[in-house]
Design a protein around this ligand. Sequence first.
Ligand SMILES: Nc1ncnc2c1ncn2[C@@H]1O[C@H](COP(=O)(O)OP(=O)(O)O)[C@@H](O)[C@H]1O
Ligand SMILES: [Mg+2]
Length: 232
Amino acid sequence: MMDFFSYLSGDYKPLSFDTRTILVMNSKGGSGKTTLATNLASYYATKKFPVVLADFDPQGSSMAWLEARPEERPPIRGLAAWRDGLRVPKPTRVAILDVPSGLHHRQLAKVLAHAHTVVIPVLPSPIDIRAAGDFIDELLQTHEHAGLRSKLALVANRARENTHAYQHLEAFLSGLTLPFIATLREHSNYLTAADRGIGLFEMAPSAVATDLEQWQPLVRWLHSKRSLPIGS
Ligand SMILES: Nc1ncnc2c1ncn2[C@@H]1O[C@H](COP(=O)(O)OP(=O)(O)O)[C@@H](O)[C@H]1O
Ligand SMILES: [Mg+2]
């Protein structure tokens, strides 16, 4: 059996760089990694891309979401990657990786080496902001050391506009060298989607209009060259 750490340290040949690979990661639990990963997988599925959702978190939240997914919805292939490694079936156009906290140094470098793009959700709280600062520093150092080229971006999650906490987060994210791409509000639509195994892109447009609008900058960025390593 291949666990996450043997996958990271072993010689198992995982993903090819031909598959568009998007990591969702942050050092903090609860920041919205699974929420972003599942909604991104749903987005690409609705666009008819063969998509894999690889869950590296032993808690298996992304896999649980997929289990709840109704059969008639556009298919998403799930991989319990924390247990089985990353065996991506053909043809996979897009792989979304839900990556847990607690990776450092070589393991971090190894998982980043497979990524075109890294999306980092951050919550509006002092503890989350501080932790995100440390995490991003480490990420950038690892990037530099290992000569990695993946593109990183920040997303503010569970925003409540006009709150002090959100203003603080916005100031923090705007002051970093990484692009601050989108702000997603806190809303029960995310809970409904999580519960039903679907994404916002599959819900009644009238109910999610504001949320879809907030996802637009992220989706646009992911479709643009700005989110791809130079030369890929
Ligand atoms: N924008 C949001 N609005 C409302 N609830 C959210 C939002 N983002 C995440 N949540 C909820 O917060 C909890 C933690 O999010 P999750 O995506 O599981 O975080 P992580 O995977 O980083 O631990 C979940 O219950 C999720 O449904
Ligand atoms: Mg999670």
